[in-house]
Design a protein around this ligand. Structure first.
Ligand code: FE2
Length: 376
């Protein structure tokens, strides 16, 4: 099956109407961008990159861009009430607003997708400053989440026009995070296939993996999931919907607290998960814990791996194997007070899948947290 998938992907790339070069940045709408940026620098090891706000001529918001390797996060907060950003934060709490994708041609990306039925967020817009020009356009995906298309081949500045470079005397050591591996959306009851069709028809993605509630239900926390990938595989968007279980699905809990559909987690790649997770934990990042019995049968289940099991067990890192190799992964607790957005840290050693073998242990850990919150 992997070979067939690879062949299909290759064929698909040749007539890709939406060639994507990867994730350009992830923008979060938050209640306090200054403090959020500080948290991601301190806890996750990002560096100051760029700032936009009243001092740069932007009157209604403040935005802080931070970077670590190929990962760029932007935190944006409204400066006043009664506007789209303030309403978003009021309704959803802190969360992902933009999953911005790097393209060669942002005008074509907007035209190709809106022609196929996408709802426009922003018509192609040329942004210019002394460092060159950048073209941006955007379409809505699930909920109020947006895919921006960013064409920056003629831009040399720190981030984009409207921002100024942000240098700081506070530059915490990086934690080894490299790039976005995938971003997951939670959608409502019976909505998964609608969004699968959206990614197929409007964005030219393919469904590369599916999980039904037989694969991923524990006693309570049932969900279904389909993984959508663009032609070259640089951008992957799994889509989850809740499934019937004995009690409330983790996806339903998210939908309740986010007040609708949105981004559930962003998976961040590392090339040394033991070092990265050790650093994150030392800086106060909280992770879901599986019972230590998970490690008793680990070697039987996944075979030989390069890593010592002891640090994996100490840190709670999970391992899964597929036909092509194995992967190591771990999930943070939600990074805000609402049980909504969290992060995954992932190291791939050949595997292209998403850790299906870990779903049961993982979801039982999520249910323990849901129960503590009184939401199970
Ligand atoms: Fe994931």
């Amino acid at each position: 099956m992997p070979t067939q998938l690879a062949t299909a992907a290759t064929v698909h790339t040749q007539n890709d109407f939406l060639p994507l070069q990867g994730t350009d940045y992830v923008e979060f709408y938050v209640g306090n961008a200054k403090q959020a940026a500080h948290f991601y620098k301190t806890a996750f090891g990002f560096q100051s990159l760029a700032y936009a706000g009243p001092e740069t001529g932007v009157k209604d918001r403040a935005s802080y861009a931070v970077r670590q390797e190929k990962l760029t996060f932007v935190f944006t907060t409204p400066l006043r009430a009664n506007n789209e950003i303030a309403d978003h934060v009021y309704k959803h709490g802190d969360g992902v607003k933009m999953l911005a994708l790097r393209v060669e041609d942002a005008r074509s990306a907007w035209e190709e997708t809106t022609q196929r039925g996408a709802r426009s967020f922003m018509e192609p817009k040329l942004l210019q400053d002394a460092d060159g020009e950048l073209i941006m356009s955007g379409i809505y995906t699930y909920g109020e989440t947006v895919h921006l298309f960013i064409e920056r081949k003629n831009y040399r500045g720190a981030f984009m026009p409207g921002y100024r470079a942000w240098t700081s005397h506070y530059n915490p050591t990086p934690t080894g995070l490299l790039y976005v591996d995938h971003s997951v959306g939670n959608v409502g009851w019976n909505q998964m296939n609608k969004w699968v069709n959206f990614y197929e028809e409007v964005m030219g993605f393919r469904n590369i993996l599916s999980f039904d509630d037989n694969d991923i239900s524990t006693e309570y926390s049932a969900l279904m999931s389909k993984v959508m990938s663009n032609g070259n595989g640089f951008v992957k968007f799994p889509i989850n919907e809740p499934a019937e279980g004995k009690k409330k699905s983790q996806v339903e809990e998210y939908l309740d607290f986010y007040n609708g559909e949105g981004c559930q987690h962003v998976a961040l790649a590392t090339s040394n998960i033991v070092e990265t997770v050790t650093a994150l934990r030392d800086r106060g990042v909280e992770f879901l814990q599986v019972p230590t019995s998970y490690y008793d049968e680990l070697q039987d289940r996944v075979g030989k791996i390069d890593e010592d099991v002891t640090p994996l067990k100490e840190l709670g890192i999970l391992v899964d194997r597929d036909d092509e190799g194995y992967l190591l992964q771990i999930f943070t607790k939600p990074v805000e007070d609402r049980p909504t957005l969290f992060f995954e840290i992932i190291q791939r050693k050949g595997a292209k899948s998403f850790g299906k073998g870990n779903f049961k242990a993982l979801f039982e850990a999520i249910e323990r947290e849901q129960e503590l919150r009184g939401n199970l």
